[in-house]
Design a protein around this ligand. Structure first.
Ligand code: ZN
Length: 148
Protein backbone atom coordinates (compact mmCIF):
# COMPACT_ATOMS: atom_id res chain seq x y z
CA UNK A 1 0.00 0.00 0.00
CA UNK A 2 1.09 3.53 -0.60
CA UNK A 3 -0.06 7.01 0.20
CA UNK A 4 -0.91 8.90 -2.98
CA UNK A 5 -0.77 12.62 -3.53
CA UNK A 6 -4.12 14.33 -3.08
CA UNK A 7 -4.95 16.72 -5.92
CA UNK A 8 -6.01 20.18 -4.84
CA UNK A 9 -8.96 22.28 -5.98
CA UNK A 10 -7.33 24.08 -8.90
CA UNK A 11 -6.16 20.83 -10.48
CA UNK A 12 -8.19 20.36 -13.66
CA UNK A 13 -8.41 16.59 -13.21
CA UNK A 14 -10.91 17.24 -10.41
CA UNK A 15 -13.20 18.77 -13.03
CA UNK A 16 -13.26 15.78 -15.35
CA UNK A 17 -15.76 12.96 -15.41
CA UNK A 18 -14.63 9.57 -14.25
CA UNK A 19 -15.12 6.43 -16.29
CA UNK A 20 -16.73 3.15 -15.26
CA UNK A 21 -14.41 0.41 -14.09
CA UNK A 22 -14.73 -2.32 -16.71
CA UNK A 23 -12.65 -4.95 -14.98
CA UNK A 24 -11.66 -5.21 -11.34
CA UNK A 25 -8.02 -6.12 -11.83
CA UNK A 26 -4.87 -5.81 -9.71
CA UNK A 27 -4.55 -2.13 -10.55
CA UNK A 28 -8.03 -1.39 -9.24
CA UNK A 29 -7.39 -3.41 -6.08
CA UNK A 30 -4.14 -1.53 -5.49
CA UNK A 31 -5.96 1.74 -6.13
CA UNK A 32 -8.56 0.80 -3.50
CA UNK A 33 -5.84 -0.09 -0.98
CA UNK A 34 -3.91 3.10 -1.66
CA UNK A 35 -7.02 5.25 -1.49
CA UNK A 36 -7.98 3.83 1.90
CA UNK A 37 -4.48 4.42 3.21
CA UNK A 38 -4.41 7.94 1.79
CA UNK A 39 -7.83 8.71 3.27
CA UNK A 40 -6.91 7.45 6.74
CA UNK A 41 -3.55 9.20 6.61
CA UNK A 42 -5.34 12.51 5.99
CA UNK A 43 -8.07 11.73 8.52
CA UNK A 44 -10.72 12.09 5.86
CA UNK A 45 -14.08 10.31 5.83
CA UNK A 46 -14.08 9.79 2.09
CA UNK A 47 -11.95 9.87 -1.02
CA UNK A 48 -12.73 9.58 -4.72
CA UNK A 49 -10.25 8.33 -7.32
CA UNK A 50 -9.99 11.66 -9.21
CA UNK A 51 -8.60 13.14 -5.99
CA UNK A 52 -5.55 10.95 -6.47
CA UNK A 53 -5.44 11.67 -10.19
CA UNK A 54 -7.31 8.60 -11.48
CA UNK A 55 -10.45 9.17 -13.55
CA UNK A 56 -12.19 5.97 -12.57
CA UNK A 57 -15.41 5.48 -10.62
CA UNK A 58 -13.85 4.31 -7.38
CA UNK A 59 -14.65 5.66 -3.93
CA UNK A 60 -13.59 4.86 -0.38
CA UNK A 61 -15.58 6.01 2.63
CA UNK A 62 -15.22 5.50 6.37
CA UNK A 63 -17.38 7.60 8.65
CA UNK A 64 -16.11 5.66 11.64
CA UNK A 65 -18.21 2.56 10.95
CA UNK A 66 -15.68 0.65 8.87
CA UNK A 67 -14.28 0.92 5.39
CA UNK A 68 -16.65 1.03 2.43
CA UNK A 69 -15.24 0.49 -1.04
CA UNK A 70 -17.52 1.45 -3.91
CA UNK A 71 -16.81 0.71 -7.54
CA UNK A 72 -19.07 2.31 -10.16
CA UNK A 73 -21.41 3.75 -7.53
CA UNK A 74 -24.76 5.05 -8.71
CA UNK A 75 -27.25 6.82 -6.48
CA UNK A 76 -30.61 5.30 -7.31
CA UNK A 77 -32.73 7.10 -4.72
CA UNK A 78 -32.48 10.24 -2.62
CA UNK A 79 -34.72 11.64 0.10
CA UNK A 80 -34.77 14.75 2.20
CA UNK A 81 -32.46 17.69 2.27
CA UNK A 82 -30.22 19.04 4.96
CA UNK A 83 -27.75 21.88 5.31
CA UNK A 84 -24.33 20.45 6.11
CA UNK A 85 -21.05 22.11 6.99
CA UNK A 86 -18.70 20.34 4.65
CA UNK A 87 -15.03 20.04 3.91
CA UNK A 88 -12.93 18.19 1.35
CA UNK A 89 -9.38 16.83 1.34
CA UNK A 90 -8.87 18.63 -1.98
CA UNK A 91 -9.86 21.96 -0.43
CA UNK A 92 -7.71 21.97 2.71
CA UNK A 93 -8.37 24.38 5.54
CA UNK A 94 -11.80 25.42 4.30
CA UNK A 95 -15.39 24.46 4.93
CA UNK A 96 -18.77 25.65 3.79
CA UNK A 97 -22.46 24.93 3.87
CA UNK A 98 -24.12 22.81 1.20
CA UNK A 99 -27.40 20.95 0.79
CA UNK A 100 -27.17 17.19 0.92
CA UNK A 101 -29.74 14.40 0.97
CA UNK A 102 -30.73 12.98 4.36
CA UNK A 103 -30.98 9.56 2.81
CA UNK A 104 -29.70 7.96 -0.33
CA UNK A 105 -29.60 4.50 -1.76
CA UNK A 106 -26.51 3.64 -3.72
CA UNK A 107 -25.73 0.68 -5.92
CA UNK A 108 -22.12 -0.29 -6.55
CA UNK A 109 -19.73 -3.18 -6.92
CA UNK A 110 -17.45 -4.30 -4.13
CA UNK A 111 -13.85 -5.41 -4.70
CA UNK A 112 -15.07 -8.94 -5.49
CA UNK A 113 -17.25 -7.61 -8.29
CA UNK A 114 -20.41 -8.33 -6.32
CA UNK A 115 -23.30 -5.90 -6.53
CA UNK A 116 -23.98 -4.14 -3.26
CA UNK A 117 -26.80 -1.81 -2.29
CA UNK A 118 -26.28 0.59 0.59
CA UNK A 119 -29.00 2.58 2.28
CA UNK A 120 -27.13 5.57 3.60
CA UNK A 121 -28.44 7.99 6.19
CA UNK A 122 -27.11 11.19 7.73
CA UNK A 123 -23.31 11.45 7.57
CA UNK A 124 -23.01 8.38 5.34
CA UNK A 125 -25.55 9.84 2.90
CA UNK A 126 -23.55 13.08 2.88
CA UNK A 127 -20.31 11.21 2.21
CA UNK A 128 -21.84 9.15 -0.62
CA UNK A 129 -23.29 12.29 -2.21
CA UNK A 130 -20.00 14.22 -1.86
CA UNK A 131 -17.83 11.41 -3.24
CA UNK A 132 -20.12 10.55 -6.17
CA UNK A 133 -20.09 14.27 -7.05
CA UNK A 134 -16.31 13.99 -7.40
CA UNK A 135 -16.85 11.31 -10.07
CA UNK A 136 -18.83 13.89 -12.06
CA UNK A 137 -16.19 16.57 -11.66
CA UNK A 138 -18.21 18.45 -9.05
CA UNK A 139 -16.75 19.87 -5.83
CA UNK A 140 -18.73 20.97 -2.79
CA UNK A 141 -17.48 24.52 -3.32
CA UNK A 142 -19.64 24.60 -6.47
CA UNK A 143 -22.74 24.10 -4.32
CA UNK A 144 -22.17 26.52 -1.47
CA UNK A 145 -25.31 28.11 -0.15
CA UNK A 146 -25.63 31.55 1.35
CA UNK A 147 -27.21 31.69 4.72
CA UNK A 148 -28.09 35.10 5.98
ZN1 ZN B 1 -14.09 15.87 -1.54
Amino acid sequence: MAIRTIRLKDDEILRKKSRDVKEINERILTLLDDMAETMYNSEGVGLAAPQVGILKKVVTIDIGEGLLELINPVIIEEKGEKVIEEACLSVPGESGKVLRPEYCKVEALNRNGEKIVIEAKDLLAVAVSHETDHLKGVLYIDKLIDEE
